[in-house]
Design a protein around this ligand. Structure first.
Ligand code: C5P
Length: 301
């Protein structure tokens, strides 16, 4: 018997960041959109907790108990007194350390898979609570679609999306550490008052209307200056995508993946070609959103 759960990546269509709080986190107005790049987590009974990973970037994923999928399983073990005898396999398609919530996806996937495998029967509320303890972006990986995250990003309000948005993602050579990008944000703002983060009503309306041109005009990421300061080469990738016909370009979350909104699927393909031809990125992915949250795909025997 095994359980496989599929979990999407995300792009932040708005990431408004406030000043550092006493606990070191930042208050956010974080508008998440799930997109159709997925990791799959399979939970199978085993003698002890074990994590394996496959996929082109698998070698970059730590497989010890610091792995977010392992931590998710252990959180469920602690609450329900079950034995942590599970093999978690991650089939990884979401860029690693790319600002697309790949680690968060694995945590949400492992949680849902272990809950189903062990029959712990955790409520949606309990699962969301465990997700929030594991990381700020993990609750959104569970729910998918589109949502406004407040607090440190973990308090979710679902948002209506009235259409499909077409995206190209450019993968960078190397990764960026999220804490390092937030530290750089703090450094860039040193000596200035950071305004309180607020969701843009125009952006929420553009999502509701499914209007890509309107959304392109209001995409924003307050972490972008910090990501560009640590990874200046991304400026060239952003320019290559807009020169190639994207409606808008931005850094995805804390980066270094860059995201390009396109008019339609055909335009997304030509933006992807232009990005590849520019040699300013390692690889490109064409996809769309919104995508559903963590979904049980298969119960094997
Ligand atoms: O919550 P998560 O573990 O994903 O956060 C990773 C790091 O990102 C935190 O340790 C913190 O440095 C930074 N962070 C932040 N404010 C947030 C979310 C994350 O400063 N709202």
């Amino acid at each position: 018997m095994s359980v496989t759960v599929r979990v999407p990546a995300k792009v932040n269509v708005q990431l408004a960041v406030g000043g550092a709080r006493a606990d070191g986190f930042h208050d956010l107005a974080n508008v998440f959109l799930a997109v159709g790049l997925y990791d799959e987590v399979t939970a199978t009974p085993a003698d002890e907790l074990r994590v394996t990973c496959s996929g082109p970037d698998a070698h970059q994923v730590p497989l010890d108990r610091g792995n977010l999928a392992a931590r998710a399983a252990l959180a469920l073990v602690e609450r329900h007194g079950v034995a942590p005898d599970v093999h978690l396999h991650i089939a990884k398609d979401i860029p690693v350390a790319g600002g697309m919530a790949g680690g968060s996806a694995d945590a949400a996937g492992a949680l849902v898979a272990c809950d189903a495998l062990w029959g712990t029967g955790a409520s949606r509320g309990e699962l969301l609570g465990i997700c929030a303890e594991l990381g700020s972006d993990v609750p959104f990986s569970l729910v998918g679609g589109a949502a406004l995250g407040t607090g440190r990003g973990e308090v979710l309000t679902p948002l209506e999306v009235g259409g499909t948005f077409h995206w190209v993602f450019a993968l960078a050579d190397g990764g960026l550490s999220t804490p390092a990008v937030y530290r750089e944000f703090d450094r860039l703002w040193e000596g200035h008052e950071v305004p309180a983060p607020e969701a843009s009503p125009d952006l929420i309306e553009a999502l509701r209307a499914g209007d890509g041109v309107a959304l392109a005009g209001v995409l924003s990421n307050d972490l972008q200056p910090a990501a560009l300061s640590l990874f200046p080469a991304l400026e060239r990738t952003l320019a290559a995508g807009t020169d190639g016909g994207a409606l808008a370009a931005l850094v995805s979350g804390s980066g270094p993946t860059t995201a390009f909104l396109a008019k339609d699927e055909e335009s997304a393909r030509s933006v992807a070609d232009a990005l590849l031809a520019s040699r300013t990125c390692r690889a490109v992915r064409v996809t769309s959103g919104p995508a559903p949250g963590a979904t049980v795909r298969a119960h094997g025997t």
